[in-house]
Design a protein around this ligand. Structure first.
Ligand code: CP
Length: 311
């Protein structure tokens, strides 16, 4: 996190900063269901720009909900229907929004590093909502929040991240965050999607190409979507589900209490069987979504407080 409390990635964010956001998000969790915001202090209402140049359901709607729950107002801009479709650059788009007096920007784009460009072009606090294959830090934080709520301390816990790691910004944010909190990370998938070199991305990572060999060692399993929009489909064999999917039969071999996560959207019958995704004793997928709102409230509060006292 930069001194202005922009959140461009989890890489480089220290344990104290991550823990502070997770703790604040826990305190804000009742507000997701409409309870008054805890310790709101005196708020100055802000206008937050949500610039979503790539498609989104969970991230965009939960940022928008978070803005409303904090008592602020969102301005939402999508790729389709905006002048981005006429070729206007991300930098120019952001500069124009800043000229309208917006207080902070949330940015999703296909360009890795796009949120940093926006930060430099506008001077506003910027939250990265997913940039290319780079990072998706609020997804990483909501995953940490969900894991912490189930497992307690993540120190020494063994977390499997399974699937299309190569193309996943979710995986990148998670491995930085998990590593910083002391977890052991096992990246699992076919060599085409989980090459050995990914073990060098952060401390405490090992790579495996055999899911069944490592499953019984897991404290939690995070499944990833095949990123077909980033060409991952070509790298996936026909027997992917059999080798790396969380089938009903495979889930039954997991020790009791080992939770399964997925950032969504899920390719049902590929990464997760219906019976696994819809099993409330195993699947934390909807708890991840719920915690996404409180995490985004905590991140926006921090960004806006640094921008001028409007938390
Ligand atoms: N997890 C996630 O980023 O989902 P969306 O693409 O729907 O926002």
């Amino acid at each position: 996190m930069t001194s202005d409390a922009s959140l461009l990635g989890l890489r480089g964010l220290d344990r104290a900063a991550i823990t502070s956001i997770l703790d604040r998000a826990d305190a804000l969790l009742p507000a997701v269901a409409g309870a008054p915001v805890a310790d709101a202090g005196s708020r100055v209402s802000a206008v937050v720009g949500l610039v979503f140049l790539e498609d989104s359901t969970r991230t965009r709607c939960s940022f928008e909900t978070a803005v409303h729950r904090l008592g602020h107002r969102p301005v939402v801009l999508s790729g389709r229907g905006s002048s981005a479709s006429k070729g206007e650059s991300l930098r120019d788009t952001a500069a124009n929004l800043a000229a309208m007096g917006l207080d902070a920007l949330v940015v999703r784009c296909s360009q890795a590093g796009g949120p940093r460009i926006v930060r430099e072009a506008t001077g506003l606090p910027v939250v990265n909502a997913g940039d290319g294959r780079h990072e998706h830090p609020t997804q990483g934080l909501l995953d940490l929040s969900t894991l912490r709520s189930r497992l307690g301390s993540l120190e020494g816990r063994r977390i499997l991240i399974v699937g299309d790691v190569l193309n996943s910004r979710v995986a990148r944010s998670n491995l930085h965050g998990l590593s910083t909190l002391g977890a052991q990370i096992v990246l699992v998938g076919p060599p085409s999607l989980v090459p050995w070199r990914l073990a060098d991305l952060a401390p405490n990572i090992v790579v495996s190409h055999d899911l069944d060999a490592v499953l019984e060692t897991a404290d939690a399993v995070m499944m990833l979507r095949i990123q077909r929009e980033r060409d991952a489909g070509r790298a996936v064999a026909a027997d992917y589900r059999q080798a790396f999917g969380m089938t009903t039969a495979r889930a039954a071999t997991l020790p009791d209490g080992v939770p399964i996560l997925h950032p969504g959207p899920v390719n049902r019958g590929v990464e997760l069987d219906d019976g696994v995704l819809d099993d409330p004793t195993r699947s934390l997928v909807l708890d991840q979504v719920r915690r996404g709102v409180s995490i985004r409230m905590a991140v926006l509060e921090r960004a806006l407080a640094a921008a001028g006292g409007s938390s």
